[in-house]
Design a protein around this ligand. Structure first.
Ligand code: SF4
Length: 85
């Protein structure tokens, strides 16, 4: 039996928070395409968050948002003073 390792730098996907993941999938399905970040940019944003010291249990220490939700909206940006994405 393999043990799942949870770390501070995990996103919801890795944390297995089923309700939040379901909400994220619902939001993805209803958000107008013109408002949604495309798949390549979405993955790029989340890769940056994974390496950021502000990521804690899927939330951003700068704004309190779940980063997978924040990154989904095209017009949103990283709230870090260095504006990482
Ligand atoms: S500060 Fe920016 S890069 Fe870091 S977790 Fe928050 S949104 Fe992601």
């Amino acid at each position: 039996m393999s043990e799942k390792i949870i770390c501070r730098r995990c996103l919801l996907e890795e944390l297995g928070q089923a309700d939040l993941i379901r909400s994220l999938e619902e939001l993805k399905s209803v958000m107008p395409e013109e408002d949604k970040t495309d798949d390549v940019e979405y993955a790029r944003r989340l890769d940056i968050c994974r390496k950021c010291d502000e990521l804690n249990d899927g939330t951003c220490g700068k704004c309190g948002c779940y980063v997978e939700f924040r990154a989904l909206k095209k017009m949103m940006y990283c709230p870090h003073e260095d504006r990482k994405w």
